[in-house]
Every structure is written in structure tokens, then in C-alpha cells.
Design a protein around this ligand. Structure first.
Ligand SMILES: C[S@@+](CC[C@H](N)C(=O)[O-])C[C@H]1O[C@@H](n2cnc3c(N)ncnc32)[C@H](O)[C@@H]1O
Length: 433
């Protein structure tokens, strides 16, 4: 069978890791946005809807032995790979449930502090998007966070006719999905060579991106029958009907001040826009956003200034492997390179190079004494570039499981190393075994 409910099911989805799906990250970001967030150092429960082969859950479960994790997916092959990895690494606090979202919404009676969903929403039929939100509405605790990733306009708009052709040609081909995707891609490249996309300047970039992708990934990404980028305002409206409030982006760059996160010529217009949905849409246009990773909360409780300070003050930060120890830095951002000045980053990096530091200690460094906002922005840029990270409060059990999981990744050809101190993972070279 090639498609299940219009979604590709004859090939395994490759293993990907997203730091923005980890509970410690989500909790820290909600705090940066000024809201009381579930505590990722106390016992909690997290569900990933459409968990694929479970890499994100495995990292989280290995690093948080006292928490409970649930992955839901209707592809049994994906779940058996995930279960195998969990058993091999002694990760016993994750369960993988074989169900579609509608079945899970009806049968589930667990409650969660975190629900995450990556690479699913824009690829499934409307009835399953509704079921997905039913899962969230029915099982997210008050104060719980919902992470939702989706493809958006205007950055993905150019891809609509490309995806249509890939999907249509796949329905007229036989054989495995990755082969169908590659044949479809060849057709698109032929069309481009004949000059058909001459009026679309971004098309060569899109086609080069498609050509670089692993064929299994290409099939999952582009052969789904219900593939559809969305406008952020529409998604926010739908999610709000489930009783959730939009807090900001789980991708911290998008939460930075407009002076850093939007091209200069659009900044004044966005600053002058008071309607949140319109401002968010203008940001998508300014950034030519092609994907979004939004963060929503059920019954959000805003922090007052003292609460914000206390929360930031308690967080501990440390450098991730290979972080530089001096500024200036250049951050790779969706709107181009951004320079992090020496005056800010050298004191910050040097302090962190000496060992972990709390937000309270960092806020006492000279550049931040009178400018807490500068510290919050600097920390988020370091997190974005995987140079620094909030720390987890876990113990030796997490370190042991993380070590076993890192070894399992290496044996499986997955270029990831788990960092238990921060309850995350970072890319690494794969050493052939
Ligand atoms: C692109 S993969 C994403 C995997 C993982 N979240 C990640 O980001 O690496 C999408 C997953 O959603 C699952 N899926 C799609 N539609 C579903 C549905 N209606 N019910 C349950 N799982 C579904 C697929 O089987 C697939 O494993």
C-alpha cells in the first residue's frame, strides 16, 4: 500500500531531531514569552502526535526518566523501530500507540503537560486535522503547551504546483514511493530546463532543495494527497477554537524584537500594526516564511515582572559542545546573517565557558545590568544556533540512558549525540561501526 488515508505509508520516514520539540526547550520559551510554563524538571507527561520513528521522544524520554512519554502514529513500521530503540537503550518511560488521530482522540484518557506535532498538520486531510485538535482539546492540562509545526504561506506557495505534479505523477506510476518521487522530480527538472519557470525567481532554489533531499524524505514531504500550506492566521483561529492561546514561536528567532527578526524596510509597518493576526501575517510576508513552529497554551497565566525575573534567574545555562568562547558571532537567520557584537557575546561566552551559570548570574554581567532584554535576546540567539542551552535537572540514570541512546544512534547511522545535561541532542559525525 502506498498511501494510508492519503499519507505515504510504504516507506519509513527518516530519523530527524528538532530541539524545539523538547520539553525543557518549550518550557524555557514559554517563560521567555512571559508565561507560567509546565516545569520540565518535575514529573510530567508529553505526547507527540505523528511521532514517526520516535527520535524526538527517545531523546526526551532518555533524558527525563521521571516523566512519561506517549507517541501516536498509524504507521506500525515506524512504531516498531521506535520500540526497538527504546528497548535497546533501557528507555522504559515511553509508550508508542498504534492509532490514527481520530481513534486516539476517542480512546485516550491520559492527560499531558506537553503535546507536540511536527511534519504532520499540512500533510493530512482536514478531518484528521480536526481529530488532531480534538486530541489536544481533550488531553492537554490547564497550563499545558502545544507545539505545532506546519507549512505556511508565502514561502511555500511556489511549491503548490510542484507538489501537485509530484503527487499526480506518483498516482500514475508503480513501484515504491521514493522512486515515484524521484521520477516526478526528474519531470520537474525537465520542465525547468525548458524555461517554464522563468518568471519565478525562487524556483531554481526550490528545485535545488528538492534535489538534495533523501528520496524517502522527498516522498513523505511531497506525495501526500492532502498536502496544503496554510496561512498562520487561519491556523491560529482553528487552534483557538480548541481553547488554546497563541504564545509565540517555538523557533526563538521569530520571537526576537522586530529590529532583529524582520528586514529593516518592514519594521516600521509591523511595529505600527496593532492587530496581532495582521502583524503575524506581515512577519510571515517579511520573512518569506515557508514553515512555522507555533507554541500555544491552554489557560495561559502571564508572569508579572518579578515572576519573570525569578523564573529567568532560576534557569541554568551551559554551552553546548564546540561553542566558541569569545564574540563577535555571526548568527545564520532566516533573513540572512546577523552579527552578535563582541561587547555582548564575549562576556557572556566567557562566563559560560567557565561553567554553567544561572540567569541571575548572567544578568549581573556588565552588558546586561541595565538591559535584561539584551540578555534574553542573546540567550535565545545562542539557543537558536545550538551554542548554549538551558540545563535539565536530571541525574545519573539520564546520563546512562543518553549514552546508550547516542551509541544506538551511531550504530543506526543517525548523526546525533544526546546531551543529557541539557536534555537535548546535537548533530555529530557518524562514525561507521
Ligand atoms: C513526516 S512524519 C513526522 C515524524 C516526526 N514527527 C518528525 O517530525 O520527525 C509524519 C508522521 O505522521 C504520521 N501520520 C500521518 N497521518 C496520521 C494520522 N492520521 N494518524 C496518525 N499518524 C499519522 C505518519 O505515519 C508519519 O509517521
Amino acid at each position: 500500500m502506498t498511501w494510508t488515508e492519503g499519507y505515504i505509508s510504504d516507506v519509513t520516514y527518516p530519523a530527524f531531531f528538532y530541539k524545539e520539540m523538547q520539553p525543557g526547550w518549550l518550557s524555557a520559551v514559554a517563560g521567555f514569552r512571559g508565561f507560567v510554563a509546565p516545569d520540565a524538571s518535575a514529573p510530567f507527561s508529553l505526547c507527540e502526535l505523528g511521532c514517526g520513528v520516535g527520535v524526538n521522544l527517545l531523546v526526551a524520554a532518555a533524558c527525563h526518566p521521571d516523566a512519561h512519554f506517549v507517541g501516536v502514529d498509524f504507521n506500525a513500521e515506524h512504531l516498531s523501530l521506535a520500540r526497538e530503540a527504546a528497548a535497546a537503550c533501557g528507555v522504559d518511560n515511553v509508550e508508542f500507540i498504534h492509532a490514527d488521530f481520530a481513534t486516539f482522540a476517542h480512546s485516550n484518557n491520559r492527560q499531558f503537560e506537553f503535546i507536540t506535532c511536527h511534519g504532520v498538520w499540512s500533510w493530512i486531510a482536514e478531518e484528521y486535522r480536526t481529530a488532531l485538535l480534538d486530541c489536544v482539546a481533550g488531553s492537554l492540562n490547564a497550563g499545558g503547551l502545544f507545539h505545532l509545526h506546519y507549512m505556511c504561506h508565502p514561502g511555500s506557495t511556489d511549491l503548490v504546483p510542484l507538489q501537485h505534479l509530484l503527487n499526480l505523477s506518483a498516482h500514475h506510476l508503480s513501484g515504491p514511493s521514493p522512486r515515484k518521487a524521484q521520477i516526478g522530480l526528474k519531470l520537474l527538472l525537465q520542465i525547468a530546463d525548458s524555461g517554464m519557470f522563468a518568471d519565478k525567481p525562487a524556483m531554481p532554489r526550490h528545485l535545488a532543495n528538492l534535489s538534495r533531499r533523501d528520496p524517502a524524505d522527498l516522498a513523505h514531504e511531497f506525495l501526500a494527497d492532502h498536502w496544503e500550506p496554510q496561512h498562520s492566521a487561519d491556523v491560529h483561529q482553528l487552534v483557538s477554537r480548541s481553547g488554546l492561546t497563541f504564545l509565540g514561536s517555538a523557533d526563538v528567532f521569530n520571537n526576537l524584537d522586530v529590529s532583529l527578526s524582520v528586514p529593516g524596510r518592514m519594521q516600521a509597518l509591523i511595529r505600527g500594526t496593532t492587530a496581532p493576526a495582521l502583524a503575524e501575517t506581515l512577519k510571515d510576508l517579511a520573512r518569506d516564511a515557508h514553515q512555522r513552529t507555533d507554541l500555544f497554551q491552554k489557560d495561559p497565566q502571564p508572569l508579572d515582572y518579578e515572576g519573570f525575573l525569578a523564573r529567568l534567574g532560576r534557569l541554568q545555562f551551559r554551552l553546548l559542545p564546540d561553542a566558541p568562547q569569545n564574540g563577535p558571532l555571526t548568527f545564520a537567520t532566516p533573513i540572512g546573517p546577523l552579527t552578535g557584537p563582541d561587547a555582548i557575546y564575549t562576556p557572556l561566552l566567557q562566563r559560560l565557558a567557565a561553567g554553567p551559570a544561572s540567569g541571575a548570574e548572567l544578568s549581573a554581567l556588565p552588558p546586561f545590568r541595565d538591559d535584561l532584554g539584551a540578555l534574553v535576546q542573546a540567550l535565545q540567539l545562542l539557543m537558536m544556533q545550538q551554542l548554549a542551552h538551558p540545563m535539565a535537572r536530571n541525574g545519573p540514570a539520564a546520563a546512562d540512558r543518553a549514552e546508550r541512546l547516542s551509541r544506538w544512534f551511531a550504530r543506526s547511522g543517525i548523526a546525533l549525540s544526546v546531551v543529557p545535561e541539557c536534555a537535548t541532542a546535537v548533530p555529530c559525525a557518524v562514525v561507521p561501526t
